[in-house]
Design a protein around this ligand. Structure first.
Ligand SMILES: NC(=O)c1ccc[n+]([C@@H]2O[C@H](COP(=O)([O-])OP(=O)(O)OC[C@H]3O[C@@H](n4cnc5c(N)ncnc54)[C@H](OP(=O)(O)O)[C@@H]3O)[C@@H](O)[C@H]2O)c1
Length: 242
């Protein structure tokens, strides 16, 4: 996708596997420039080599909770000419199996909040001067952020905080498009960690959540909360109707 013959550029955190990788692959095939990260360097470099066959990609290994890493992302965003999209996708579940709240070690919960709540805001603060007009922010949340599933109090409350943070950011920046997005169940490493004893082979692949994200990146939907698999189904139906 290009705008005024300029390639569009997306920052995707946590793009070495799962949903982040599925989205990165789609955008690379559609000629978006990419800025990607993950903590594990080997997997990230492998993804970088794959995507570099298709587009310009900068991969920066690091932890989004590190201010130094976020600054490095911002410098790279500048070198790519600014950002058309920020996808705050990187996240952790916390312990597996997940402890009930009264047994949840607070220092571990603090780490979950660092990654799932504070770091996405930190990323936006770091890259704000590189955001182009018309850009979109996608904060990836979860149904666990709005449902009261027993055992999901740590991760779920962190996603609830990310949802509310996103809603207030949207209210503070009415000229922006800010989306907080439940991608739906996906067959990924995180999902297997969440259900350690289950066969998760019936869950949809992360690729099935990508069309909804693309609709949010390229359509005209107003800021708000969306479910990727629903948005994707609606946009696919519209394309089929012509
Ligand atoms: N899977 C589901 O069913 C499901 C359902 C609802 C919502 N979600 C949400 O969807 C998003 C993607 O989840 P997923 O299932 O694709 O997860 P995943 O397979 O575990 O992938 C997570 C990605 O984030 C990276 N990451 C984790 N912590 C990081 C950190 N501190 N700094 C930088 N990168 C980090 C991981 O690489 P490293 O480990 O190498 O850093 C990996 O690339 C998450 O926001 C998740 O909460 C998932």
């Amino acid at each position: 996708m290009t705008l005024n013959n300029q390639p569009q550029t997306a920052l995707i955190t946590g793009a070495s596997r799962g949903l982040g990788l599925a989205l990165a692959r789609y955008l690379a095939q559609h000629h978006w420039q990419l800025l990607i990260d993950a903590r594990g360097e080997a997997a990230l470099r492998q993804v970088e080599r794959e995507l570099a066959q298709l587009t310009r990609v900068i991969a920066i290994p690091g932890d989004i909770t590190s201010e130094t890493h976020r600054r490095a992302l911002a410098h790279a965003a500048e070198s790519l000419g600014g950002l058309d999209a920020v996808i705050n996708n990187a996240s952790i579940l916390g312990p597996s199996p997940q402890p009930h709240l009264l047994d949840y070690p607070l220092e571990v919960l603090e780490q979950v909040y660092q990654v799932n709540v504070l770091a996405p805001l930190g990323v936006l603060q770091a890259v704000q001067s590189t955001l182009k007009p018309g850009m979109r922010i996608l904060n990836i949340t979860s149904d666990a952020g709005v449902e009261d599933y027993p055992g999901w109090g740590g991760y779920g409350s962190s996603k609830a905080a990310l949802e509310q943070l996103s809603a207030i950011l949207a209210a503070e920046k009415p000229e922006w498009r800010v989306y907080w997005v439940d991608p739906g169940d996906m067959r990924t490493q995180m999902h297997q960690e969440a259900f350690p004893d289950e066969d998760i082979s019936d869950r949809p692949l992360p690729e099935e959540s990508v069309p909804g994200l693309i609709e949010l990146l390229s359509g005209e939907l107003p800021s708000g909360r969306y479910r990727a698999q629903e948005v994707g189904a609606v946009s696919l139906a519209a394309i089929q109707e012509g």
